[in-house]
Design a protein around this ligand. Structure first.
Ligand code: ATP
Ligand code: ATP
Ligand code: MG
Ligand code: MG
Ligand code: MG
Ligand code: MG
Ligand code: MG
Length: 246
């Protein structure tokens, strides 16, 4: 380190707390848009779900995942995205604030450690359950406002104390909307994972003392793939056994 670092002022470094993440845990960094409720109004988002915004979130998360190789799965819904670092990651010596700030920009964030596969699956299930509950509520709420002519206050009053079944019933009997046929991206959120794809490219080969030749080359490439599927049941994990470590 520099001469500055060795000055009499160096002791202030000891005021920093050690935020090294416990070894052998999955490290989850969850980002959530700050005051997004207001942001969506200022930017006139379509309610309850602006698909351009969801697409932008997903595209941004994909860039983060492509940039930070130790991320094994990412899950997003609404204005939030969770990024899961592999258990064995040694990136930035597992320092929580380093990991979080490298993932984050205009988002609040937190770092949480999950020691077991069960804990991590439950974490993602928790976020997806949150997605479902909120999206069902928001879908009925905004349908009551946009198609039912209620004020936002009236819609809120109407939905007080209603269960999921009641909300499905309002949508179906009053507005002829079957919640089950709503887009999966809204009901399930977005899960990003690495997938191997065989890619075939045609290459123009020119060997010395030979004529040009068209050749097809097949190579396996890792690509970030988006899914809008259920991650609460075991099926997703059975179909993608490489994400989690034993
Ligand atoms: P920590 O990760 O704990 O914050 P650090 O990496 O910030 O540690 P520092 O002691 O702050 O460690 O050192 C920063 C490093 O970056 C030093 O090696 C320094 O020489 C280098 N560095 C910073 N700014 C420049 C610059 N403009 N040009 C070249 N090197 C730089
Ligand atoms: P905080 O700063 O506490 O997170 P917030 O206003 O961001 O406050 P959240 O609980 O994070 O509150 O809720 C996110 C808000 O953004 C909700 O009102 C949600 O409806 C809205 N929102 C998120 N994504 C979209 C979208 N794609 N289209 C329309 N509205 C959205
Ligand atoms: Mg420095
Ligand atoms: Mg928010
Ligand atoms: Mg949120
Ligand atoms: Mg530094
Ligand atoms: Mg530094």
């Amino acid at each position: 380190s520099s001469n500055m670092a060795k000055s009499k002022f160096e002791y202030v470094r000891n005021f920093e707390t050690d935020d090294t993440c416990l070894r052998n845990c999955y490290i989850v960094v969850r980002l959530d848009g700050r005051n997004f409720h207001k942001f969506t109004e200022q930017h006139k988002f379509a309610k309850p779900n602006d698909n351009r915004a969801l697409g932008l979130m997903s595209r941004s998360a994909r860039s983060v995942m492509e940039e930070l190789e130790d991320i094994v799965i990412a899950y997003g819904q609404s204005d939030e995205f969770s990024f899961v670092f592999k258990r064995t990651s040694t990136w930035f010596k597992r320092r929580a604030s380093k990991l979080m700030t490298h993932v984050a920009s205009h988002f609040d964030g937190r770092v949480v450690l999950y020691p077991s596969n069960r804990n991590l699956k439950d974490y993602l299930s928790w976020r997806q359950a949150d997605c479902h509950v909120n999206n069902l509520y928001n879908t009925v709420f905004w349908t009551l406002v946009q198609k039912g002519g209620l004020t936002t206050a009236q819609a809120e009053e109407r939905l007080k104390g209603t269960l999921a079944a009641d909300k499905n019933e309002i949508l179906f009997s009053e507005f002829n909307i079957n919640y089950n046929t709503e887009p999966a991206v809204l009901k399930k959120g977005t899960t990003l994972i690495w997938e191997k794809r065989d890619e075939t490219v045609t290459k123009c080969m020119k060997l010395p003392n030979a004529e040009e030749k068209e050749m097809t080359v097949t190579r396996s490439r890792r690509r970030v793939q988006a899914h809008h599927c259920d991650v609460i049941g075991e099926q997703f994990w059975e179909e993608h056994p490489d994400i989690l470590e034993d």
